[in-house]
Design a protein around this ligand. Structure first.
Ligand code: G3I
Length: 356
């Protein structure tokens, strides 16, 4: 009888373990996270690829258009807006209960040539265009887009100076103030972010950012958050990331890790500027990357207070589709899913850190 009871107990324990393992396996990243987990997508590609779509729906509850919501996509010429893809993407997000994040209103690389040409010649026109564009765009999606990258990459690649772009050259730093104010007027409940890269590693650039935030706040500019793009490399020290995130969190603003990926190789931040140090992805590299992803979540949870955790968003989620390869012209493996859209150790480590 005693032996029979023992067998029963072992059997039950085994069953519970299997069931809970399956249950955890069947849960996506979003299901185990206390903050939203997002991904950038290319909507046409997502629509056409059933496997990609399944992964996206299972794992993510926030969505950012990789390119379809940029100015060059939405306003390709002076005569018309191109809302079609944005509408489709928002409908998709609503069907799948995902938050929509708007990327991006004002960005030098997102500005179409026709705006650059006209804007350089006519200050007043550019000033009016900025207002009209933001009112039309943010107003149209009022209540549907949760947050916006209002200004993207307004600081130089290195150091803390304002980036010399069409917007800055013609309107001065005021374009930043105006963009936030217009966006807030168009949708007072939308969360408004300033988004940039390398601020997790370049402390001079971070200082420039924090000064700018201080100025914006002292002028009552309605900024709600800071986006750390977080395109990082394996050798960016965790201590530096922890320090910079902590400094940013001290502003009291929301913190969004808005474009996360982790590469092995190097680049010089310019198109085609990749430096191919690693040609192959080894098992050791996969494990090291998993640890880096795990640390990133742990740091975010440790130094960003819960109420400021806007979420973590990946910039593409497969090694097959990553922008890194196209943009820097190198081979790399920065994502949670591999070239065949299968999970990598990084996926499980990231998930485990979310759960803990
Ligand atoms: O649509 C054309 C296509 O018709 C053509 O065949 C192809 C040939 O190169 O180009 C296609 O357009 C490209 C587009 O991506 C879609 O793939 C553009 O040339 C290319 O410039 C564009 O690059 C995007 C880049 O932003 C510039 O908008 C990347 O996909 C996108 O990942 C990247 O995203 C940025 C964030 O917005 C801001 N932070 C940095 C991040 C990475 O650079």
């Amino acid at each position: 009888m005693k032996r029979y009871f023992c067998y029963m107990l072992i059997g039950c324990t085994f069953l519970v373990t299997i069931l809970s393992f399956n249950f955890l396996e069947s849960q996506g990243l979003k299901d185990v996270s206390s903050f939203p987990i997002g991904t950038a997508i290319n909507f046409d590609q997502l629509k056409a690829d059933a496997k990609l779509k399944k992964i996206q729906i299972e794992n993510f509850n926030s969505i950012t258009a990789e390119n379809d919501m940029k100015m060059y996509s939405v306003k390709p010429n002076e005569k018309e807006y191109n809302w079609d893809k944005v509408d489709q993407m928002i409908a998709y997000a609503q069907r799948n209960k995902q938050r929509v994040f708007g990327h991006t209103l004002v960005w030098h690389s997102g500005t179409p040539d026709w705006v650059k040409e006209k804007g350089r010649k006519d200050t007043l026109w550019l000033d009016n265009f900025l207002k009209e564009y933001i009112f039309d765009y943010v107003g149209r999606y009022k209540g549907k887009v949760d947050g916006w990258d209002v200004v993207n990459e307004g600081l130089e690649t290195k150091g803390g100076d304002y980036r010399k772009t069409l917007w800055y050259d013609v309107l001065g730093k005021n374009y930043i103030y105006k963009a936030f104010r217009y966006a807030h007027q168009a949708d007072p409940s939308a969360k408004l972010f300033y988004n940039d890269f390398n601020i997790e590693r370049d402390t001079l650039k971070l200082r420039g950012l924090l000064n700018m935030v201080k100025e914006l706040k002292s002028e009552n500019v309605p900024i709600s958050g800071i986006g750390f793009q977080m395109h990082i490399r394996m050798d960016i020290p965790d201590e530096v990331i922890e320090y910079t995130l902590k400094m940013a969190a001290e502003t009291g603003l929301l913190i969004h890790l808005s474009e996360v990926d982790i590469i092995f190789n190097e680049h010089d931040d310019t198109r085609n500027g990749g430096i191919q140090n690693f040609n192959e992805l080894t098992e050791e590299m996969k494990i090291a990357q998993a640890k880096k992803y795990e640390s990133l979540v742990n740091i975010y949870k440790k130094v960003v207070p819960k109420e400021q955790q806007y979420g973590i968003t990946f910039w593409d989620f497969t090694d097959r589709d990553t922008w890194i390869k196209r943009f820097f012209k190198i081979k790399d493996w920065p994502c949670l899913f591999d070239e065949n859209l299968e999970t990598k150790p990084a996926y499980y480590a990231f998930k485990k850190a979310l759960q803990n």
